[in-house]
Design a protein around this ligand. Sequence first.
Ligand SMILES: [Zn+2]
Length: 237
Amino acid sequence: MSGTYKFKWRAKHSAPVIGDSLYLWGGDELDLPEVHDSPQKRKLTSTVETFSFSSARWSSHLTRGTPPLGVIGYSCTTFRSNIYYYAGWCGHDQCYHNSLTVLNTLTMSWTQLHPNDESRMKKINGGMLSLEFDGTDYLLMVGGSGPTLPAVKHPQFQYDQIESRGVFTNEQLLYNLSNGQFTVPSVSGQCCPPTSGFTINKINKNKGIIVFGGGVTNDEITFNNIVYIFTVAHNTI
Ligand SMILES: [Zn+2]
């Protein structure tokens, strides 16, 4: 870590790597205003810190466009020179999101790919990967937790409501990066349980691994060490 670079307290963020650089954005910060949107909040969330592995230096970048409002506990993954951010908590009240936004790291500009969708669950602490199958590139969103049940519950997934802790789900969505359409895949085999705060990693282009350690519902929140491996093909996981 550079000796002169000043870091602020930060939590519930991600730091994806593309090429030679690590990109640090969002999360809970001490000076994050507890409001939906304001010039001060926008100023804070329009900054991305990057770390260059070759020069071992941190630097701060002001982004262009509109950063997403789900700044805390969002899901994040990379594909080529893009970083995708999905869902997250706004930082005030029960304001959760499920919008999808991309940061182009070549231009350091934001583009919203999909606005908040009232029919789908708004959540935090889910997982996201970029995958390829049938010659098309997709994002896969898995699990997470949120304050309320979604308007539309997909029967292949579970939505467990725990009093005072909200709703935990194992819901999975595919987003087609070519046509910008969401699909809800079908599931075969043993599906992971509703969970929040796990890790998810890619094994190869259409295969991934979920390692729990996150909160799992079984009428109450417990923690486990189950590992699930999944393969995505033809809209089936
Ligand atoms: Zn808000």
